[in-house]
Design a protein around this ligand. Structure first.
Ligand code: 5AD
Ligand code: SF4
Length: 440
């Protein structure tokens, strides 16, 4: 009988991808099969995120919960960014954890499960050329890592500390994996990296010259592949060549994630983002002039140390001008090993924004964004989108899928169309949800 694996994945798409690698490795090489029930698992893994403080704090109570309900000899492993960041400390603080495996050490999963009370969290470890076991389930929408780590030093961000230096994955490995996925039924590929459009800058072995724009172009030539998405590009590296490729290549989805972080040039400088408000707006303008229906998503942090009302009004101004289609917004959270934490807690050269003010700014930002979305969604009525159908709800006869602009669209129809790309005319808007009719 196969052993059972339960895995909980927190955080970003990168972590989801790491979990997918872990599952594939354990299924193929250690004969595990996945379960949704931690009580019957022989191995419980928590793939953690450390980008903000709250989920990190919850980790220990979660470990306690799993320890209470697990089978007698079941093992518990902690993986991901908090594993990288806390390492040994996790073993010291809790007896029930059997091993700690840092992000960027994912390829060691089949070894570490046989160890007792170890932490392998080397952030210089280079697994960029490791060939993971293929995912036998070949999903409609596949994910491929194109780089590991991050070469930026944004002053709020813990990721360079948890995922280490940036290294690009060899292009031939990426292309081979993409081809294999497409042969097995994948229609859409999501390329992943901390700064995808910095691709090709660092390889661990000699490699032909290639940048992100060229990689996109090469992947798009795979027959049978319908759509390419990527996350996250850095606004700083959005040069004209890149924008023109996105505009002209029909396989590249017309939805882009452009993490703004702040609309104030002064705050952007303190965050060390490398661009100004004007540069960001200029890139948006250039893209919108070439791709009229482009959907733009963003990440915004409010309450970065020293952020004034005037700085925040600049963020609202960018929101007003760009009218983002999706917004992930956060209150600044102080993270260890970052420059901003040093300014705050070591040098005491700057102060945190009062919690009440930061909360109120977050609310104002979210409220205005909701209004913008409602207004813009109404403009969708009558528009025709190509939808890749991903699921069918038989009880309500509803097909669900996404447009290439990443809008979630539901259609009343029979099943049988999952995996197909069909034209749909939007007929109704219900909150953020679009309802449409198939065009036969
Ligand atoms: N505090 C709040 N939000 C953060 N992010 C990253 N670091 C922090 C932090 N210290 C947000 C950024 C990033 C997203 C993944 O998380 O907006 O783009
Ligand atoms: Fe992803 Fe960053 Fe969270 Fe790590 S810390 S899981 S890279 S969001």
């Amino acid at each position: 009988m196969s052993k059972k694996l339960y895995i909980e994945t927190l955080g970003c798409a990168m972590n989801e991808r790491d979990s997918a690698h872990i599952i594939a490795e354990l299924e193929e090489k250690e004969h595990y099969s996945l379960t949704q029930n931690p009580k019957e698992a022989d191995l419980i893994l928590i793939n953690t995120c450390s980008v903000r403080e709250k989920p990190e704090k919850k980790l220990f109570s979660e470990i306690g919960q799993y320890a209470k309900i697990k089978k007698e000899n079941a093992k518990i492993g902690v993986c991901g960014c908090t594993a990288s960041h806390l390492g040994d400390l996790i073993l010291k603080k809790t007896k029930s954890v059997d091993f700690v495996l840092g992000a960027r050490n994912v390829s060691k999963i089949t070894q570490i499960i046989h160890e007792k009370r170890v932490a392998w969290v080397d952030i210089d470890y280079d697994e960029s050329a490791y060939v993971f076991s293929p995912n036998p389930h070949s999903p409609l929408k596949g994910m491929i890592n194109i780089s590991i780590g991050c070469d930026k030093k944004c002053t709020y961000c813990i990721v360079p500390h948890t995922r280490g230096n940036e290294i690009s994955i060899p292009a031939d490995l990426i292309l081979e994996e993409a081809r294999r996925m497409v042969e097995n039924g994948t229609k859409e590929i999501l390329l992943l990296g901390q700064n995808v459009n910095n691709y090709g800058k660092y390889f661990s072995h000699s490699h032909r010259a290639i940048n992100f724009t060229q990689l996109l172009n090469e992947i798009s030539q795979i027959n049978g592949l319908e759509r390419i998405r990527f996350t996250s590009p850095h606004p700083l590296h959005m040069d004209d060549d890149f924008i023109i490729e996105v505009a002209q290549n029909p396989k590249i989805c017309k939805a882009i994630h452009m993490p703004l972080q702040s609309g104030s040039s002064a705050i952007l400088q303190k965050m060390r983002r490398g661009y100004s408000k004007e540069w960001f707006l200029n890139r948006v303008e250039k893209m919108r002039s070439l791709i009229p229906n482009l959907s733009i998503g963003t990440d915004i942090i409010v309450g970065f140390p020293t952020e004034s009302e005037e700085d925040f009004l600049d963020t609202l101004d960018v929101l007003e001008k760009v009218r983002f289609d999706t917004l992930y917004s956060f209150i600044y959270s102080t993270r260890p090993h970052t420059q901003a934490q040093k300014w705050l807690e070591v040098d005491r050269s700057v102060e945190l924004v009062e919690e009440q003010i930061a909360k109120e700014r977050l609310l104002r930002l979210k409220d205005r964004h909701k209004e913008i979305l409602t207004e813009d969604n109404l403009k969708q009525i009558g528009r025709v989108h190509k939808i890749l159908f991903e699921s069918f709800d038989a009880t309500h006869s509803l097909l669900e899928g996404r447009s290439d602009t990443n809008k979630l669209v539901r259609v009343k129809a029979e099943s049988g169309l999952v995996g197909e790309i069909c034209e749909v005319r939007i007929s109704q808007v219900k909150g953020a949800q679009l309802l449409g009719e198939l065009i036969s």
